[in-house]
Design a protein around this ligand. Structure first.
Ligand code: GLU
Length: 458
């Protein structure tokens, strides 16, 4: 058994002993769920799936469909129009509350029923059947397999769902729902009756964690910006009236449903799902909440735990860098004699704000002397955020203005970007080539740096 499965299994065993909570019965068919059914699943960003317990038991997705359908409507409408139609404020009320904005009738957020019904109505389609089909396709793409419906649960909810219909009629009378309330609630009940397993939900959650790219199938299901907005709404509104306490204790965007499903997302890390039908008074799975709380504590998953930057960004800074080129004794003497003029600074890893700020500090320290050639070795850099790239460029422009020549060694795609965006920089595919070029310049008696102004800025 691999270590992740072992840890999951151990957690599963510990939480299995937990009793308490009630299986939802207001949809009569849901009351038939086995309270002992319990499964946990995790999907990593590498697309690996880990499972413990009955992670293959099927159940209806219910409200866990809400963030995904929100992502679909958001894709159709765009952020501004979506926000005008459905709010993003936690209602602090139960899932079936009448939480409509006074005056406009706009529902509080897409995670309570009113907002979810309004959201379903916003999915573009030629009619109710086409809308249901689009939603099923969409959820299936997140899960990475073809999903189907539980017809009994659908019929049971359709037969008893008058409160949801009442919410829809209220929204229609307030002007915040344009579609036919009866039809829209039927589509919403269909969406809630989609059958999934904890394993499916983990893949769906992992797709949101992975910026909208399904890590198992490799399919881009949703735009990164939409995935981020969806996670933000889950973080504030995903856990019914328990959302505040959840963010405090677990600290991950999440969504639960009345059938006992629960997903949580570690952005850029994993998607996790738990299925266990007994619910706490806030409507969240008792074992689901316990499992996620334990997991978050143990693995320090809370989003407010700022990442610790353990790895040093700057690998070396040195004056008198030398290449592997063969040089005559005379050239070597010249190069060694002018050792302060070729300065190398190396960096590694991902350059986000903190790392770039560290790197620029090292560059500043290294170029304090007379003008020379600054070789910035980015060969071991694996990623540069756009904001960090701009920050780095501004810092280097400043160094160039003081008479230093900027020479960069980097791998693709940074090499091409540096050559395109900074014609005044000299860019090479290895540190050795970069230093050798500086040596050639120095031996040819070139100035420490060509005056940047004469080269059209730097
Ligand atoms: N279909 C359920 C309802 O609208 C979903 C509720 C939930 O999972 O919170 O009542």
């Amino acid at each position: 058994m691999d270590p992740v499965t072992r840890a999951l299994d151990e957690l599963y065993r510990r939480i299995s002993g937990l009793r308490g909570g009630e299986v939802a019965s207001y949809i009569p068919e849901l009351a038939r769920a086995d309270p002992e059914d319990f499964g946990i699943a995790i999907t990593s960003m590498g697309g690996r799936c880990y499972r413990a317990g009955r992670a293959d038991s099927e159940f209806t997705i219910q409200s866990v469909s809400k963030p995904f359908v929100y992502a679909l409507a958001l894709t159709d409408l765009g952020p501004d129009e979506m926000l005008g139609r459905v709010g993003v404020e936690p209602s602090g009320e139960a899932f079936n509350a009448v939480s409509l904005e006074p005056g406009t009738g706009r529902p509080a957020n897409p995670m309570v029923n009113a907002g979810a019904i309004a959201t379903t109505a916003l999915v573009s389609a030629s009619g109710p059947e086409a809308r249901s089909a689009r939603i099923l396709d969409w959820l299936s793409a997140f899960a990475g397999r073809r999903l189907g419906y539980d017809e009994e649960v659908y019929a049971s909810e359709a037969a008893t769902g008058d409160r949801n219909r009442a919410l829809a009629y209220l929204m229609r009378s307030a002007g915040s729902l344009r579609e036919d309330p009866y039809e829209v609630t039927a589509t919403y009940f269909r969406q809630c009756s989609v059958l999934v397993t904890a394993g499916d939900l983990a893949v769906m959650a992992a797709t949101l964690a992975n910026g909208g790219l399904n890590p198992v199938t490799g399919e881009r299901v949703v735009d990164r910006g939409v995935a981020v907005r969806t996670l933000a709404v889950m973080a504030t509104c995903g856990m019914y009236d328990g959302a505040g306490e959840w963010l405090l204790n677990v600290g991950l965007p999440a969504k639960s449903g009345v059938s006992g499903g629960l997903i949580a997302v570690g952005p850029g890390r994993f998607g996790v799902a738990v299925y266990s039908p007994p619910l706490d008074p806030a409507g969240n799975s008792v074992r689901g909440v316990a499992a996620l709380t334990a997991m978050s504590e143990r693995l320090a998953l809370h989003l407010m735990h700022a990442p610790v930057h353990l790895a040093a960004t700057v690998t070396d800074t040195g004056h008198g860098a030398r290449s592997s080129r063969a040089r005559s004794a005379e050239q070597a003497a010249l190069l060694n004699g002018s050792s302060r003029r070729i300065i190398a600074v190396g960096a590694q890893g991902e350059l986000e704000f903190t790392e770039t700020e560290q790197l620029l500090g090292a560059v500043e320290g290294a170029v304090a002397g007379p003008p020379g050639w600054l070789v910035l070795d980015l060969m071991a850099v694996t990623g540069i955020r756009p904001g960090s790239a701009a920050m780095l460029a501004a810092g280097l422009a400043d160094v160039a203005r003081r008479g230093h020549r900027i020479v960069v060694a980097a791998q693709e795609p940074f090499l091409a970007a540096a050559a395109d965006e900074h014609p005044a920089w000299q860019a090479f595919a290895s540190r050795d080539d970069a230093v050798a070029w500086c040596e050639d310049q120095l031996l040819a008696g070139g100035p420490p740096a060509d005056p940047p102004a004469a080269r059209g800025g730097g």
